[in-house]
Design a protein around this ligand. Structure first.
Ligand code: HEC
Ligand code: HEC
Ligand code: HEC
Ligand code: HEC
Length: 462
């Protein structure tokens, strides 16, 4: 998919032409046809083709800059887990395995797009403070004019770095650069360029924009921007006007516990109000995806783990863990916490062909997991999305979907009579903990985030 020829195609595309009103900083009104793609074709790219975020930010667009700086978008190259995965796993793997050789360059197409276009591969390590560290930055996004191909994916952007910055308005004036209105930046397709990814085996390993497109929000006209770049009344530049609908560059997602919290609403209820020791009670949990415009988890699905834990506590304080009732669908074993090893393909990059793997889940055995497993060419679960040959059952929670799970519990003979409390908790980790620990990824990446919880009660009769 990302073969050399393909990459050249991507760079050398020339499809989008915009003919729009251009307002120059001097307020000179010129009508000028701009063929954005043409610049992209002929340009021999150089880091200096793009202004750095420190140039755009503090002096003119300070609030936007501060928001962007706090978002993952500004850390797309420097973030520790990205550095570890790229340098420890992806690069060595790409150097050993022809099939995935292209990712050595390709990862940067989205994570450090300037380095990719400049051909600075692999880019210097983050500690070297090179321009690669700018990641997905202001001038990179604001000089994208379209994408090449039928679907936006795999960094198939058409770029036209230069004096003209594309944005949402046709009446903005800047003393620094030209501005041109582009509806493209306001579309979900724009985000899809990097938020949809096909790996070297042709598998869709990231499909946030595609999930959104087939879901209820696209039909209602609620786009990515409405949840991740919300509008507020604000100035967008120090010398500019105040707008009622100024785009906030929040880009808050899975790394913002506040964004993740409440994504799923959940409630638990028993099928009876009282029971005696030895009797069976069935608890039903309803999980409603009220907040995400796509599936949850989305994006780096291979890394994420979202699981439902149910516990009962009797009046004496004894705690009982309730495993989920099996439904019997194909591939269900990947959706229930188990004591098994996985991720053996990390051994390729780590020069340990007999690597036994690490624990697959690192969560309580028997808990329900909402995930889609990724499998390597040998059929083993992998967190290396570039080494994914097939996908397993998609048991993630779709936008506005409600899923029911049941937990049957035979009250133990020695259970204390009185009011028993049963709590369902939905937990989330950005990266499965055994992998994070094995690779030395900082704790915050595997810290447990509580998405939601709810309790119900049962009267235990003597
Ligand atoms: C990931 C891509 C991306 C990055 C990075 C990015 N922007 Fe934007 N920016 C957008 C999009 C998308 C819009 C809104 C387009 C629309 O609504 O049609 C926007 C809007 C704007 C606007 C106009 C806001 C308005 O409502 O009039 C300004 C000014 C702006 N960005 C400046 C910046 C600056 C400065 C930075 C860096 C600190 C930056 N952007 C980083 C994508 C980006
Ligand atoms: C040029 C590529 C590119 C474009 C275009 C782009 N993104 Fe991203 N985005 C990334 C990368 C790479 C990351 C991952 C940063 C990391 O964790 O390494 C990211 C991260 C994010 C995150 C944070 C996710 C988290 O884990 O917290 C959100 C939210 C997001 N993008 C939304 C958007 C939206 C909305 C748009 C369109 C307006 C967009 N992106 C356009 C490349 C892009
Ligand atoms: C209705 C609101 C809504 C819409 C529309 C929406 N999102 Fe999200 N998005 C969320 C919420 C809530 C989360 C946090 C929970 C999660 O990770 O899914 C999130 C998370 C994310 C993440 C982080 C996922 C991860 O695991 O790191 C990315 C990236 C993202 N969204 C991109 C997009 C893109 C691109 C679009 C448009 C194609 C979009 N979102 C549309 C609400 C929305
Ligand atoms: C098509 C664009 C694209 C390509 C190619 C790509 N990524 Fe990403 N990557 C993203 C986006 C977008 C996100 C954020 C998705 C999300 O929030 O879940 C991301 C997230 C990640 C994360 C998780 C960040 C976190 O903190 O959770 C890691 C690590 C990562 N990428 C590494 C890589 C490596 C290594 C490669 C090459 C083998 C690669 N990526 C190729 C777009 C891409």
């Amino acid at each position: 998919m990302l073969s050399q020829g393909r990459i050249k195609d991507l760079i050398g595309s020339n499809t989008f032409a915009y003919v729009l009103l251009v307002f120059f900083c001097t307020a000179l009104i010129t009508i000028s046809p701009v063929n954005a793609g043409e610049n992209a074709t002929t340009a021999q790219h150089n880091y200096d083709d793009w202004e750095g975020p420190d140039y755009c930010g503090p002096s003119c667009h300070n609030d936007i800059y501060q928001q962007w700086k706090q978002s993952m978008m500004s850390q797309s190259y420097t973030h520790s887990w990205d550095e570890i995965e790229y340098f420890k796993l992806a690069v060595p793997h790409a150097e050993k395995d022809e099939v995935v050789a292209e990712v050595k360059a390709g990862c940067n197409g989205c994570h450090s797009p300037m380095s990719f276009l400049v051909g600075d591969i692999p880019p210097p390590r983050p500690e070297e403070n090179s321009r690669a560290n700018d990641g997905v930055h202001c001038d990179f996004c604001h000089t994208i004019t379209g994408y090449d191909g039928e679907l936006p994916f795999n960094f198939n952007y058409v770029t036209a770095p230069g004096e003209t910055k594309y944005g949402p308005r046709d009446n903005s004036e800047s003393p620094d650069h030209e501005t041109l209105k582009s509806d493209f930046l306001g579309s979900a397709d724009f985000c899809g360029i990097c938020h949809n990814e096909k790996d070297p085996y042709g598998v869709w390993v990231k499909s946030t924009q595609l999930e959104w497109k087939e879901g209820p929000y696209a039909a209602q006209g609620v786009g990515c921007h409405d949840c991740h770049m919300t509008n507020a009344e604000a100035y967008t530049a120090s010398m500019g006007e105040k707008y009622k609908d100024a785009r906030q560059h929040l880009f808050h997602g899975a790394h913002d516990p506040g964004k993740v919290r409440g994504t799923i609403e959940l409630r638990i209820h028993p099928d009876v109000n009282e029971a005696k020791p030895g009797e069976s009670v069935k608890f039903t949990v309803a999980l409603f995806n009220q907040k995400a415009g796509h599936k949850f988890p989305t994006g780096s699905v291979e890394d994420r783990i979202l699981w439902l834990h149910v516990e009962a506590i009797d009046v004496a304080g004894n705690v009982y863990h309730l495993p989920v009732d099996k439904k019997g669908f194909e591939g269900e074993e990947y959706t229930i916490g188990s004591d098994v090893l996985a991720y053996q393909d990390m051994g390729i990059a780590l020069n340990d062909p007999n690597f036994k793997g690490v624990q697959r889940d690192g969560i309580p055995i028997g808990d329900r997991i909402f995930r889609m497993p990724y499998f390597d060419p040998q059929g083993r679960m992998t967190i290396q999305q570039w080494n994914t040959k097939s996908l397993g059952v998609d048991y993630r929670l779709g936008p506005l979907e409600t899923r029911l799970e049941t937990f049957s519990f035979v009250l133990p003979d020695n259970i204390e009579p009185g009011k028993m409390k049963i709590t369902a908790t939905l937990n989330y980790q950005l990266l499965v903990k055994p992998v994070a620990d094995f690779l030395g990824v900082p704790e915050e990446e595997s810290a447990i985030m509580e998405v939601n919880s709810h309790s119900t009660y049962l009267a235990v009769l003597p």
